[in-house]
Design a protein around this ligand. Sequence first.
Ligand code: FAD
Length: 396
Amino acid sequence: AKARVVVVGGGFGGATAAKYVRLLSSQRVDVTLVEPQDSFVSCPLSNLVLGGSKSIADVTTSYAALESRHGVRRVKDWVKSIDPQKKTVQLAGGQSLPYDKLILSPGIDLMWSGVEGLEAANRSGAILQAWKAGPETVALRRQLESMRDGGVYAIAIPEAPYRCPPGPYERASQVAHYFKQHKPKSKVLILDANQDVTSKGPLFKKYWAEQYKGIIEYRPEHKAVAVDAKANTVKFDVQNDVRADVLNVLPPMRAGAIAVQSGLATANARWCLVDYQTFESTVAKDVHVIGDSIQIAPGMPKSGHMANAHAKVAAAAVVAQLTGLSVAETPLLTNTCYSYVSDKQVIHVASVHLYDAKDKTYKTVPGSGGVSAAPSDIEGVYAWNWAQNIWADSLM
Ligand code: FAD
């Protein structure tokens, strides 16, 4: 019988893994992808929807090619539980799927308990996160559109590590870009639990000072602990309360709920520990975890680019193990994170990470990476093409 691989989650990690197990096994391994969404909505570039230069349709891709071109069986459902002993996953719809290898890429779970009152405020639609792109992104854009000129948008950032280190700063830039064109009396407040801008700091700050002077205000060491949706305020552990017209409060994050519930998130009860050579969980045999859910080595961001890279290493290891080949000794991961500071101008940070067999971790290759010297239009072209390419590599 054919070996069976089940992939949970059709995001950057899961979609790529499903496709590459099919490709690397020359279609000899059966792959089932379980994902509840109708189509893939990209978080990368979704901040442009908030800035108004792109629509949600521009960042949405169909799953059709995974099925028609690569023969991935797609099940539109939600995985409720995993039984690593029996090697089955249970779906919310009642079905049970057996596997020889399981690849989990469930992304992140927002830890509502980290900010009192936030879950109820999200449910009522009063305070949104939009940290999983989709309807919330569109709803947050509507809040910005209906805000009066002279109003305040505030984004609260949790302590690192969280999904996409530069993402909140890119978002603040996009909202400021929109305000500058359409609501010039309005303000963007960045309320950061961290001590400083955690990614591309000098580049973002220089651009804000030059282009969004009087619009963006950055306040470090603001750790949100509670919200009051009726009073439109966010409360901090030390600093004074802040009131804003549009609040975008991001709570702390951890591995996707299914990984946490299955007991795989053993690092601080938040992230999944894996053998970095194969991405196999350190606590469950034949369960490989990739993407934002894993505990990362220093310098490795939680990014879509990284999730795509994890997926290829995991897919190669899974196919090797299923077919009796040896796994790659020193896998290599790359990352590039582009950030749009306006609708056209972009900055990037890049890095390369090589597996070190002695220390069993990824180490940043000296001299490999770097950051932009300054924002530029040409990097805007690169960023858009990066997105087209990674969507195609993951899904087509
Ligand atoms: P996801 O892509 O979130 O995929 C997880 C999938 O699993 C989802 O589709 C979900 O529906 C599914 N799922 C979860 N639980 C279950 C279950 N129990 N059963 C079935 N399915 C399940 N990264 C970059 O590289 N570049 C960028 O420019 C960039 N910009 C960003 C901007 C923003 C605003 C944000 C929020 C993120 C950005 N990122 C960027 C980060 C990137 O989106 C994530 O790192 C990436 O999506 C992680 O991939 P993943 O596969 O781990 O999770």
